[in-house]
Design a protein around this ligand. Structure first.
Ligand SMILES: NC(=O)c1ccc[n+]([C@@H]2O[C@H](COP(=O)([O-])OP(=O)(O)OC[C@H]3O[C@@H](n4cnc5c(N)ncnc54)[C@H](O)[C@@H]3O)[C@@H](O)[C@H]2O)c1
Length: 314
C-alpha cells in the first residue's frame, strides 16, 4: 500500500462485505464496492445509511451522512479494484469461487495493493497459488458483522510477504479493528477452532440428552459469555484461582484432561440436528429470524457504545 489513507475496494457485499464497507468508510477511507448481484448493489447504500444512523445515534460515529458519502458502488470488479490500496474479498466460502475472484482481482489490482480475504476457514494457499501477485494476498477473517465486532484474524499463506502481513495489521488497527496475527495457516484459524470446540461439545451434550438447547445456550449467554465479552479464556482462568493461571492448571488440569479423554470426535447427527431445529423454530419461527438478527445487531451497537464509554472512563 503506497498511501497513508488508501482507497479500499470491497469485492462481494453480502452480510460481511457490507459491514466491511462501513468499517473503512467510518475510518475516513474512500470505499469502492462491487457485487455481481444487482439486488445487493441496490441495497448497499440504503443499508449503510440505516446502519450509520444507528451508529451515530449510539455516539459511535459523528456525521453519518459523511461516512456513507465515502462509499461508491461499482458495476464491475475491475473498476472497483483499479487503484485501490487495500482490497477486501468477501465472496462465497468455496475454493472455486474464491479462486476465480482472486484471479480476477489479481489481474486488475495495483501490484503494491494488499488483498485480504474474509474466508472463515479455508486458508489462502488453497485459492491464491495461481495469482501473479500472490505475495500480496492473505486472510483477513472478521466476525459478522465486522462493523460491530472488531476482531480480525490475519493469516499469511506460505508465500505472503511478511511486510504485507505487517501492513495489513497496521491498517486494521488504524481503522479500529482488533487484529490477531497467526504465524501460519491452520484450517478454521483460531476463532472457528475455538468456536468449533465449544459447538462440538454443545452438540454432544444435546445429542446425549443432558439438557435442552435453551439451557445449554443459557450456560453461555448468562454464564461463560458474560466474562468472555471482555476477557479471553486464559485471563478468565488466571483470575479464577487464588494463585493465578498456574494454580488453576494445578487444581483443575486433571478434570479437563479427563473430560477431553471421554470424548471422541463425532459428526453432528442428522436426527439431532432435526430435533435442534424443531426446538429453535418453536422458540423463534423462521419468519422471525431476520428481525432477531436486527435485534442482535442493536444489542451489539449498545454493547459497543458501553465498551467505548468504559474505555474513555478508564
Ligand atoms: N456470515 C458470517 O458469519 C461470516 C463471518 C466471517 C466471515 N465470513 C466469510 O465472509 C465471506 C462472505 O460471507 P457472507 O456471509 O457475507 O456471504 P453472503 O452470501 O452474504 O455474501 C457473499 C456475496 O458474494 C457475492 N459474490 C458471489 N460471487 C461473486 C463474484 N464472482 N464476485 C464478487 N462477488 C461475488 C454474492 O453476490 C454475495 O453478495 C465468506 O468467505 C464467509 O465464510 C462470513
Amino acid at each position: 500500500m503506497s498511501t497513508q489513507s488508501p482507497t479500499i475496494a470491497i469485492v462481494g457485499a453480502g452480510l460481511v462485505g457490507s459491514g466491511w464497507a462501513l468499517v473503512f468508510a467510518r475510518a475516513g477511507h474512500a470505499v469502492r464496492v462491487f457485487d455481481p448481484s444487482a439486488d445487493i448493489r441496490a441495497r448497499i447504500l440504503p443499508w449503510a445509511r440505516e446502519s450509520a444512523a444507528e451508529l451515530a445515534a449510539a455516539g459511535l460515529i459523528g456525521d453519518a451522512e459523511a461516512v456513507v458519502a465515502r462509499i461508491a458502488v461499482f458495476d464491475t470488479l475491475a473498476d472497483a479494484v483499479a487503484g485501490a490500496g487495500y482490497i477486501q474479498e468477501s465472496v462465497f466460502e468455496t475454493v472455486e469461487t474464491k479462486t476465480a475472484v482472486c484471479l480476477a482481482i489479481d489481474a486488475a489490482m495495483d501490484p503494491l495493493a494488499i488483498v485480504g480475504s474474509s474466508s472463515s476457514g479455508i486458508p489462502a494457499s488453497r485459492f491464491t497459488e495461481g495469482c501473479v501477485n500472490r505475495s500480496r494476498f492473505l486472510i483477513a477473517h472478521p466476525v459478522n458483522p465486522p462493523h460491530l465486532v472488531p476482531v480480525v484474524e490475519l493469516v499469511p499463506a506460505p508465500w505472503t510477504d511478511a511486510a504485507v502481513a505487517g501492513e495489513a495489521r497496521a491498517l486494521m488497527a488504524a481503522v479500529g479493528q482488533v487484529p490477531v496475527s497467526l504465524s501460519r495457516e491452520i484450517d478454521g484459524f483460531i476463532l472457528n477452532r475455538l468456536q468449533g470446540a465449544l459447538l462440538n461439545e454443545a452438540w454432544a451434550l444435546y445429542d446425549d440428552g443432558f439438557a435442552t438447547l435453551a439451557d445449554i445456550d443459557a450456560t453461555v449467554s448468562c454464564g461463560l459469555g458474560l466474562r468472555w465479552s471482555f476477557m479471553g479464556p486464559f485471563e478468565t482462568i488466571d483470575l479464577n484461582a487464588p494463585g493465578g493461571i498456574a494454580d488453576y492448571a494445578r487444581r483443575l488440569g486433571g478434570l479437563y484432561y479427563g473430560m477431553a479423554q471421554s470424548r471422541t470426535p463425532r459428526a453432528w447427527p442428522a436426527e439431532t440436528i432435526r430435533r435442534a431445529d424443531d426446538e429453535r423454530r418453536a422458540a423463534l419461527p423462521a419468519d422471525e429470524l431476520a428481525a432477531r438478527r436486527a435485534w442482535r445487531d442493536r444489542v451489539l451497537v449498545r454493547l459497543a457504545a458501553f465498551r467505548k464509554a468504559g474505555e474513555s472512563a478508564s
